[in-house]
Design a protein around this ligand. Sequence first.
Ligand code: HEM
Length: 396
Amino acid sequence: MDPELYADGDPFEQWRWLRANAPVYWHPPAELPGFWALTRYEDIRTVYRDAATFSSAKGILLRPADHGEDPGGGRTLALTDAPRHRQLRGLVDEWFALRSVRGFEPEMTEVTRRVVDEALESGTCDFVTDVAARVPLYVICRMMGVPSSDWDHLFMLTSQAFGASDPLTQRFAHLDIMSYFEELQAAKAANPGDDLVSILATSEIDGVRLTPDEILLNCDNLLVGGTENTRIAAAGGMLAFLEHRDQWDALAKEPELLPSAVEEVLRWTSTATHIMRTALRPTEIHGNQVAAGDRVTLWLPSANRDESVFDRPDEFDIRRKPNRHLALGFGEHFCLGSVLARAELRILYHELLHRDIHIELAGTPTRLTSIVVNGPEALPVRLTAGQDARPRVTTG
Ligand code: HEM
């Protein structure tokens, strides 16, 4: 539970030990309330499958006891149970379906090209902030109906909200994002357009509109969901390619491997570190008695390295098949943005590959200090327009 472990240590070693010795482990209360920690693939899928027993409505992340309940509990897409969850998801899910995302691909490609052009112009950059963070933010802003003149402002605010080292700057940036969306939802309610915020601001469930608070919290859910994990996965994937250059070379030679490479990037990076559920009734997991009200945490990166499911789990292999990873969750709350996230990763790597861009490390990467999301915090790289027929990737 020490966030420093994810910045400087080896959590995979601890998960390996837990999978072998204590796969359903009761973590006693400390700063965080007590919880069960599940680290095996099959146990995690069992919990995911039973949404009637394991609720999302009390929050899906561990929170220190003195922080109180999650304000989104029972109100956002991610933090509701059936039937409300299905109703909320039904309002927006068409936007994230394969057909809609396909329709967005030309725009996503254009945005990606622009971002890569700018990174090339500056030569040395931080791949996390300057490349990986921009594409998903601009795409979700476009879908939410944020005017393009405001994208860079929101980019600055989200970078501070998630990236600033000072908690006060983070807090203020978050408040600024909230007030931005408060104004936007009022504007969209008065004058709706063809976008997600207009849908949230004007739709009804059982004849009742969402309250302004509910709209705001769901906007936050979409903005955070749409940006944070994709940023870290895109950068974590790039780092994996820098560390396994044979895999990047293979991809350059066989671009038809891109979809399976994206799946391996998702499995390998598993950026959502833990997801929580709360048991609604007494139940049993793997012979352990779980009481009603118990918190049950699912450690997704551990499931994705489970040696009983994946061959050579600690190898990064873009040809891996089958690759039924849980990086995007499973069951009723399976990631709403899964098609979008996959397209964003595919388009980004394709852009770098087919333009023969040479990428090398230009400093030491650092990792996030967090038990919620894991992966690169900074990835200094040098990008140069390639001259060879094939992209070259070196670890500098
Ligand atoms: C690589 C990128 C991504 C990863 C690793 C990821 C991971 C996840 C995971 C693990 C869950 C399940 C949470 C649970 O079980 O309670 C989830 C749900 C969700 N994701 Fe993603 N996500 C990614 C990209 C996106 C994108 C691009 C969006 C776009 C808006 C998005 C929006 C959401 C939403 C709204 C939910 C809640 C769905 C529900 O509860 O029904 N995610 N995501």
